[in-house]
Every structure is written in C-alpha cells, then in structure tokens.
Design a binder for this molecule. Structure first.
Ligand code: WT7
Length: 659
C-alpha cells in the first residue's frame, strides 16, 4: 500500500463549514446537512419530480413529455423536449437583459510586460458565435456532422464549441497537447470532415505547433476537406489552398445572425475521447438536455454560484478535457457567472502566475487539480504570499484523490484557512460531479470526496452488486441513471456494455476502487483497471505500450503506474529489445524511446522510467505480472538495471501465487 493511501486511511480531521464563506458567498444553495439529506432522498426517490423542477429554469422550444426513461443501460432524459445548449448559454442571458455582462474573461501568454486580456460579454459571444456558426455552414457543415477542434486555450475555442452547439453539429475537442497520431485516430473514429485549429499555441514562451500537427495528421486523413485556422502565434505555417481557411478571413465577414437549431433532448452534443483499458481511446457521447442541465445544476450547487454577487470563477483545466467542457464552458454560462480561460502554464513567466491572476481578476472560486497543488507546494509558500488572495471564497480540486498533506497546504496557503475545499469526484463519463461536499453545508475531511451529488445513487459493492459495510474496500458503482451520464461509446455498443455494465450486472461501474467510512463519506482508492492517472489525466497503459512497440527497437513492452511526487502516478515501462537492433547505448535508446512516445501520444505519456529486460515476467497463462513489475519499479525487489531471464524467473516463481 502506498504511503499516501496509508495516511488517508488514518485521516480523520474534520473541517466544519466555514463561517466566512457562509457570510460572504450570498444565499447558500444547500444550507445544512439535514436539507442535503432531504433533497438527496427526493432526488433518488423521485428523479422525475426533482429534475423536472430544475429543468423548468431553462429555455425550451417544446417541453418534455417524460423526465426519464430507463431501459438499462440506456437512459433518455427530458424525452420529447427540444432545446438548444448555445441558446441557454448565450441568448437567454441577453433576452433577460444581461447582454452587457461579462461572460468569458481570457488571459493569454506571453505575459510581459502585461498579460493580454480579452473580455467577452454575452452580446460579444452572440455575435462571434453566430458568425462562426455561419462560417461552419459555409464550409458545408450540417446538423449532425462532427466538427473536430484541436486548439490552444484561446477564446475562439469556446466560441467554436458554442457555434457547433448552435447549429447542432457535435464537436470533438482534442486536447492541444496530443500529438498528430492521436488526431488521426480520433478524426477517423468520429468520421469528421473538418478541423478547427490554431497556427500555434503559447506555452512557457514556446510555440506548440498545432497546425503542423494537423498537417501531418491530414496526410492520413483524405476525408478532411476543410481546416479553419485561428492566427495566434504568427508562426510560419503552410496554408493548403482549397482546404485551409484563416479564421480572420472567413469568420468576420459572415452575418451575425444565425438561428439556433431546435435540438431534441437526446441529440448528440459532443464526443470526447478518453482512455480505457485497451489501446484505442473511446469517444464518450454526451447529449443535449441532460448534460446541459446536469453540468449547470452541479456547478450551481457545488460552487454555490449566485449571479450578480461579483463571483469570478477560475478553473485551471484545459478545455481539451471534460473538466474544461463542463466547468469552464457549459456549466458556467447558464449560471451567469464570469468564467476565466487562461493560456500558458502555471509556472510561466513565474511560479506565481495563478496567484497574480487571482489578485488581478478578483477571483472568488478557484478550481484545480491535486497534481498542481503538489507543484505549488514544491515551488514554495512565498509565491501565493506575494499576492492579495482575499477575494477567494471557495476552492475546489478534481482529477485524482488528494493526499491530506496537499489538502492542508491548499487550505492554509491558498484558502487562508477560511475557504471551504470541495473535492469533486467525477469522470468524463459522468458529465459532472458525482460525489462532492457542498460548501457551507458538508463538513470535510482531507482526502475524502464526502457525499453523493443529487440524483447519484452511488455505492461501494462487491462483484455481485452487494453493498459492503463501512470501511470495506470495493467497487464504486452508480445504481440509477442521472441526467449527465454518458449515452454510449461512439460506434462501439459492445464496448459500452462491456466496460460499464457487465462487471456488476445492472449497475454503472466507474472503474475506481472505493470505501465508505462510518459517516457515509466516500474515499476513492484509485483505478482498478489498466488505466493510470498521470497528473489528473487518464492514460491507458496499453496506449503507451503500443506506442513503445511501434518503435523498431522494441519487441514487447509492459507499462505500469508508479507513485510520483508531483504527478500522483508516474509511468514505468519495461521493454524487451529486438536482438537485431544495434548501435545505441542504453541511455541514448532510453531517450529515443521517451521521445518516440511523446511523438506518438504527447508529452503527458512520456515514461518517467524505462527498464530494458530480456523477457517480461508472465504467469503460466501468459498474463504479464504487473504487480511484480510495479514492485520492481518502486525498488521493492532488488534487480540490476537490465534484468535477466533468470532473475525474473526466480521472482516470478516466488510471486506467481500473488497475482
Ligand atoms: C478518473 C476520471 C473528471 C475530471 C477529471 C478526470 C479520478 C477524478 C477525483 C477525485 C479521486 C478522482 C478517478 C476517475 N478522479 N476526480 N476528486 N478523487 N479520484 O476525468 O479523465 O475522466 O478521469 O479520475 O479515478 O475515475 P477523467
């Protein structure tokens, strides 16, 4: 058991709801635990009544006939209703007289002498989104066509997403840190014919060559007929006549009027690819009404958003991940609370980038990942201390279990011991938060994500689906549908059923191990499949293995997660080399392989450690003994750098019974 898990098991410091928060936030959405329990009961016993009431607050063309239809594993929400997500994010605020209010605040890199800032009101958004939507139409995009978006964190990214939603074209956003082979896979799987990108993107003073990656990908993608390019870095790029269009040529000349498509509740809103336990990423499907209502409602309750209370919400995620989709864009705009998008990195131009942003923009809500918090700790307390953080009311974390040391540091140094911390547990598949404290309401314990969100019938069970007693580790499941749940894996019904609905029949399985304590609080123990969580980003070990074996020197590879001080989990790779491969020393080959993985997947997949071995240890049935490899990687078994067949055989025999 890792040290951080051991320390979590012993953690029982309780933090009561903050008085400072309760007096400064505005009305409290859920004022006490008793109210929480009553509302939670209702949300489980009468989902139709509970969600129907919330849905009334949105703009519909046709009202729904039935709130939920559950035909395991298929759920339909707000059946028969028609709406448009962009209309609820943008037009609705204007109709109610808030057109001039700030919707999105963007801060770019480079930051010197001063950062570049853009402020978009709802009226600005309406104009730019409508023109972009018309530009998409001019390139032949129709309702139902998937639009691929591979961009840096510029305002045009959010604008492009909303433009897609406006005309009913599902988007598929690919994180700008992925390499070109990742674009090829995703574009092919989604059968997308258009890509929106940027010439490049700024990160730590360097340019990420987004357009070049798209060009490389397009060599294998004859189906891509149009590429729309935002100019950001002015870097020299090649524009392919007939295929490539500059955003600044095409978009501003379009009409600023574009009616919203009337979408059915269950029409696809977007695809977002995420890693699973096979080499091929899966396109998670989210649909219109359920996702919209679930993200907006969880954002409102978990972060206690109150329009017109001078709230400014800063989520540090990239929009290329679900966190950015849900809590920079779709969950925030319907709540009419300004949302910040930033370009760059937390330690450029200096390690105080976020704290200078908090002070500059009077941020009230700050939402980041444990891996970032551990980096802040390492960089030192002096960075936050340089800035006025008194505007902060609430802190959040997401992405992986937070170790209590990081929680306490965050609480004291950023929250100045007055801000509640919401440790929000959720997944790409869940659309929004599924287990989280409610600020001003739920007492918190460092390392626990506490209690289920409304409508989430979460439990810890064994493989038969039987609920386990307090403090017994088991599988995290959800036993009933919720509005934000995934509706499928794009083009792969069998994998959808196999991944989520088979291991414990009749229940959604999250893929995480968990336990509940005597208070009923949930503690997430980490993934139970071949997925590792590197810096809060999900990676399949098989994806990294296939990248490694695509190098000519490699015959076989096995990848395991190992504890890492900052990343939470680091990547260790065991590699057997081809006997025909000669001419590189171990060290230079190691570097080559690390580079190769970066080129195949992206920098997040770069192994932290590569070991060469003559053979991989396998059980008699041929399964790689991952636990043994993990022990070797963390140094629990003594082996030389190049492990020999005999060493492994001996170890494998010793350990085979454990696997
Ligand atoms: C996996 C989902 C949802 C946004 C970011 C990641 C882990 C996420 C927590 C948390 C413990 C967490 C789980 C989950 N995870 N949040 N608060 N406490 N674990 O999304 O890439 O879909 O990954 O991240 O293991 O299954 P994702």
């Amino acid at each position: 058991m890792s040290d951080s898990i051991t320390s979590m098991l012993q953690e029982n410091r309780l933090f009561e709801p903050s008085e400072h928060f309760r007096t400064h936030i505005g009305p409290i959405a859920v004022p006490d635990l008793k109210t929480y329990h009553e509302m939670y009961r209702k949300s489980i016993d009468d989902p139709g009544g509970f969600w129907g009431e919330i849905a009334k607050d949105f703009d519909w063309y046709q009202p729904w006939e039935k709130v939920v239809e559950w035909n395991l594993p298929d759920a339909k929400w707000f059946v028969g209703g028609t709406t448009n997500v962009c209309a609820n994010c943008v037009d609705r605020q204007i109709k109610r007289g808030h057109g001039d209010e700030l919707a999105i605040l963007w801060e770019g890199e480079p930051c010197s002498p001063d950062p570049e800032i853009r402020r978009l009101t709802y009226l600005d958004l309406l104009r730019e989104v409508s023109q972009t939507a018309n530009a998409l139409k001019s390139m032949g995009v129709k309702r139902g066509d998937v639009v691929t978006i591979y961009m840096g964190m510029v305002p045009e990214l959010a604008i492009a997403m909303l433009a897609c939603a406006r005309i009913g074209a599902p988007h598929s956003v690919i994180f700008g840190g992925f390499a070109s082979p990742a674009i090829v896979d995703r574009v092919q799987d989604a059968q997308s014919k258009i890509i929106i990108t940027c010439d490049g993107s700024w990160r730590r003073g360097q340019i990420v060559a987004l357009k070049k990656n798209v060009d490389d990908a397009c060599e294998k993608l004859p189906e891509v007929k149009n590429v729309l390019v935002v100019r950001r870095t002015q870097s020299p790029i090649t524009m392919h006549a007939g295929r490539d269009h500059w955003w600044h040529d095409l978009v501003p000349t379009q009409s600023p009027e574009c009616p919203c498509e009337e979408m059915n509740s269950e029409d696809l809103l977007f695809l977002l690819y995420t890693s699973g336990s096979t080499g091929k990423p899966k396109g998670i499907c989210h649909t219109t009404a359920g996702y919209m209502i679930y993200t907006a409602q969880t954002a409102r309750v978990t972060f206690n958003l109150v329009p017109k209370h001078n709230h400014v919400f800063f989520c540090t995620a990239d929009i290329g991940w679900i966190t950015g989709h849900s809590y920079i864009v779709y969950g925030m705009l319907p709540n009419r609370v300004p949302t910040i998008m930033y370009e760059g990195a937390p330690n450029f131009p200096a390690e105080d980038r976020f704290w200078s942003m908090v002070a500059r923009h009077k941020v009230t809500h700050f939402y980041t990942a444990p891996t970032a918090i551990r980096a802040f700790m390492k960089w030192g307390d002096e960075h936050p201390r340089k800035h006025d953080l008194s505007s902060l009311l609430l802190l959040g974390t997401v992405g992986e279990p937070i170790n209590p040391e990081a929680w306490i540091w965050y609480h004291q140094n950023i929250g100045q011991s007055r801000c509640p911390i919401v440790d929000t547990m959720w997944q790409t598949e869940t659309g929004g938060h599924i287990i989280t404290p409610l600020p001003g309401c739920t007492p918190t314990v460092p390392g626990s994500c506490t209690l289920p969100a409304f409508g989430i019938d979460a439990a810890v069970v064994n493989e038969k689906g039987e609920e386990l007693p307090a403090n017994h580790g088991g599988l995290l499941v959800i036993r009933r549908p919720w509005p934000g749940m995934l509706r499928g894996i794009h083009g792969d019904r069998a994998r959808f059923i196999e991944t989520y609905w088979t291991k414990v029949p009749g229940m959604y399985i999250a893929g995480d191990g968990a336990r509940r304590d005597e208070r009923g609080y949930f503690w997430i123990m980490g993934r139970i499949d071949d997925v590792i969580n590197v810096s809060g980003h999900r990676l399949g070990t098989m994806e990294v293995e296939s990248a490694l074996v695509s190098h000519p020197a490699v015959v076989e590879a096995a990848v395991v997660g190992i504890p890492h001080e900052i990343k939470g989990t680091g990547i260790a790779a065991f590699v057997t080399l081809s006997p025909h491969f000669k001419g590189a020393t171990d060290d230079s080959l190691r570097k080559q392989l690390m580079e190769h993985v970066t080129k195949e997947i992206g920098p997040i997949a770069r192994p932290d450690m590569i070991r060469f071995t003559m053979l991989l240890p396998k059980t008699r049935s041929g399964k790689i003994m991952r636990r043994l490899l993990r022990d070797i990687a963390v140094g629990k078994e003594s082996t030389q750098d190049t492990t020999t067949l005999e060493d492994f055989n001996a170890l494998a025999k010793l350990r085979e019974s454990d696997e």
